[in-house]
Every structure is written in C-alpha cells, then in structure tokens.
Design a protein around this ligand. Sequence first.
Ligand code: FMN
Length: 325
Amino acid sequence: MANLETTYLGLKLRNPLIVSSSGLTSSVERVKKAEAAGAGAVVLKSLFEEQILHEAGSLSVSSDYPEAIDYLQAYVTSNNVENYLNLISEAKKAVSIPVIASINCMSASKWIDFAAKIQEAGADAIEVNVFILPNDPKMTTESYEELYYVLAEKLKKVVTIPIAFKLGAHFTNPLRIVEQLWYRKVEGVVLFNRFFEPDFDIEKMRVVSTEVFSNPSDLRNTLRWVGMAAEKVKNIDISASTGVHNGEAAVKLLLAGASTVQVCSALYKNGPEYLKEMLAYIETWMKSKGYTSVNQFRGAMSYGKIGDPAVYERSQFMKYYSSHE
Ligand SMILES: Cc1cc2nc3c(=O)[nH]c(=O)nc-3n(C[C@H](O)[C@H](O)[C@H](O)COP(=O)(O)O)c2cc1C
C-alpha cells in the first residue's frame, strides 16, 4: 500500500488532505466525520477577531452600512469565544488527527494575546486567516504588507505552536510575502484563501453576496503560485487551497510542491465521504507511476524542476496565440 504520510508545520499527518476552515469543521461531530472520511487533519472554522475584541470589551466598529454593524454584533454575541476554546479541546479529545485552530483577523491588535488561550486549549497549530482590504489610496503597498509582518512577529512572541498564514491571492509579489513570513519564523502558508466578493442586485439596489464555492478552474492560479513558492522559498511549508475538486487536482498540487492540500467546496458539494474517493485516486495514481511515498514525487514539477518559469510561460503563451490566428 502507498504511504501517504506527510509532515506539515512539524505535525505528522497520515495523508496530505486537510478539511479547510469552514462550516465543515464547526463542531466536534463534524470534525469526527472528517476524520472518519479519511482527512489527514482539520482546520477548525475561524474565530473572528471581532469576537475576541467583543468579549474583551474593546470592539468598536464603525461602518457606512448600519446593517453590517447589526450583523456583526449579532454574530459575535451568538458565537462566543468560550465555545471556540471548548471546540478545540473537545475536538482534540475526540480525534487523533491534528486539529488546527483558525483566526480571521484584519489587524495586529489586542486580540493577539488571546492566541495563548488557543494554544492552552490544545490546538496543534494556528492558521491565521488575514483579511486586510487595501482600501486607502494614500497608504503604500509596503505599509499594507508590513501589517502582515507585524502580526507574525507579535504572534510568535505569544505562542510556541506552529503558525500558518492563510493569504489572499492578490498581492503584487506574493513570493516576497511568503519569504518575509519565513524570515519571521512562520512555519507555513496557505495559498490561497478565497474571500467574499460582493455583487449588486440591481432590482433591489442592494449589495449581495456571490457564489461562495470555488470552481475547478480556480486551481490554475493556486497551482502556479504553489509551484513558484515551493521553489523560491524552500523551507516554508505550503498548504494549497482553492480549486481542489478531485484527486487529480491534489496530485497536481503535491507535484507543484505542496506539503498538504486543503479541500472545502468539493466537500460541501459531495459530502466529507468524498475524501475517500480523492485518497483512492492519489493511491492509484502513485501506483501507476511506481511511487510508494508522497515524498518521492512532492515538488517534482515545481518551477525549479520544469526550467525557467518565464520561458515556460512565455513559450506556452506564444504557442496559444499562434494556434488561434
Ligand atoms: C461556506 C464557507 C465557509 C468558509 N469559512 C471559512 C472560515 O471560517 N475561515 C477560513 O479561513 N476560510 C473559510 N472558508 C474558505 C475555505 O476554507 C477555502 O479556503 C476556500 O473555500 C477555497 O477552497 P475550496 O476551493 O476548496 O473551496 C470558507 C469557505 C466556504 C465555502
């Protein structure tokens, strides 16, 4: 039988498939289901910075949208922090796979001290799901990026468990962010998160939410950046996320150099049991290629292994255009 074991953030996983932070990991029962379906690890649904600040009595929100404030207040009061710490400790008791906690944040503020409680509750690692929307034309790109680094430095002072930063896909130079986080001893990055994107309902004249699930074609962007990061920032662990809808996509990301592969939309659509099918695909593919462990092929198609990425892409691009004249 193929050995699917992998190491991520210093943790030993029985296989590289992780159930992403979402409603799929919001209760002990769901975490147990993920384990039974074969998950190598789970990332619990995110606790929001606003929830922590609310309980600390320091949440001050202001927005042009009164509805947004109402939603936020209702959300933070019904999803309290104590419940989250219980979820961590109960999940740890209930399953033997690693349990990674997650915080959604937009600043390096007072909430950071709370990370120590997450560690005390028994989380194996923390995934920091940072969402900083660059909405101020007067702020420089560097000053936005600096927020990530300050956050990493502060968190590193508070916890000793491993940290992964779950990043959005829209940096000018994502590789620099990854490298700078590595310099600050962040153990891993998740490439990439998929954020809420607004749409307009032009009948009701309201801002509405769009499709939350990804498409299989979203994989391409993930594949490119995982392949590049694995080559250029050698020692940081990469967990690939967004657009993984089948076992083939997972194999591609491992070939690109990912340590682990996170799955969310595909499990919402097909149920957690779908992980079994994905794992079976990976095993069958490994067998067909004569691989007995994931380490034998991880990164075999990273950008370093396939030659100069610029030449590679440029030539494909030229081929595409010349064949569509
Ligand atoms: C319903 C739903 C809830 C989510 N909740 C969270 C969350 O709490 N924290 C987080 O970091 N990501 C959250 N995500 C993002 C997923 O973890 C994942 O990064 C994203 O969906 C891309 O992966 P996919 O293509 O496998 O869906 C959520 C996604 C969905 C669809």
